[in-house]
Design a protein. Structure first.
Length: 252
């Protein structure tokens, strides 16, 4: 009889142990699943933040030289301008350079900015996941935009749409063809997934031999910043300029 109760007791203890082990295993699996779900949510939020706060380099501006008066005033600045488009495999593709001469030392880069609705940017939409920019002209602070140097191609359209080596998509062409209408009638913007279309000009006093970059925020507008540190690109651009590979365009 005693042996029977001992056996029952051990069976009971073993049953409790197995139940506890199964419960603990279920708890661990549940916690691991919850942790994995939280990690996926964290990674998704990081990607959303990166998309919303990210930016793309759209152009470079190298100061080739300046004419300075005897009193130290900058009379004229020579700029080397180069835009970037999307090339094969999604890599940045530089477009041909232009040499531009402006009075003074503060260029304004003027263009149209098309900002898509946040939902497209957050989800990384293939066509609408980043803002678009069509550069219009460069002018000086003593000039009006109409007095500046046009950045359009020979057909009066942005270079990113005329370059044969780039890959502008149909949406970009469609939006460019409608940009005047969208500016006049902003209520039509949502039909194309746009939040707004605006003309923007960014400026910065520049110094000779320095390289500046124009960025486009994924969820915003243009930024005009100086590239810090040395750059082999500066030497390359100056060498190309000295070889006469740039087309000279002078502002009035």
């Amino acid at each position: 009889m005693k042996r029977f109760f001992t056996r029952v007791l051990w069976i009971l203890i073993l049953t409790i142990f197995i139940a506890l082990a199964l419960s603990l295993t279920h708890y661990i699996i549940s916690r691991q699943s919850q942790l994995a779900r939280l990690l996926r949510q964290r990674d998704h939020l990081r990607k959303v933040i990166d998309r919303l706060t990210g930016r793309t380099r759209r152009a470079e501006l190298l100061v080739d030289g300046q004419v300075i008066s005897g009193t130290g005033k900058v009379l004229q600045t020579t700029l080397l301008w180069r835009e970037f488009t999307v090339g094969p495999h999604g890599r940045p593709l530089p477009l041909p350079m232009k040499k531009i001469i402006i009075p003074g030392h503060t260029p304004f880069v003027d263009g149209f900015v098309l900002k898509f609705q946040d939902k497209y940017v957050e989800n990384g939409d293939l066509l609408r996941g980043k803002s678009l920019a069509f550069f219009r002209c460069i002018y000086a602070n003593q000039q009006s935009p109409d007095q500046g140097t046009s950045l359009y191609g020979p057909d009066g359209v942005p270079l990113v749409l005329t370059n044969k080596n780039g890959h502008p998509n149909g949406l970009e062409r469609q939006l460019w063809n409608r940009i005047a209408t969208l500016m006049r009638h902003p209520r039509q913007c949502p039909k194309f997934g746009l939040q707004l279309v605006q003309q923007q000009a960014v400026s910065l006093p520049v110094r000779p031999g320095k390289l500046y970059e124009i960025y486009l925020q994924n969820d915003g507008g243009l930024e005009f910043v100086q590239k810090l540190g040395g750059s082999t690109l500066v030497r390359q651009l100056l060498k190309q300029a000295s070889l006469g590979q740039n087309r000279v365009l002078s502002a009035p």
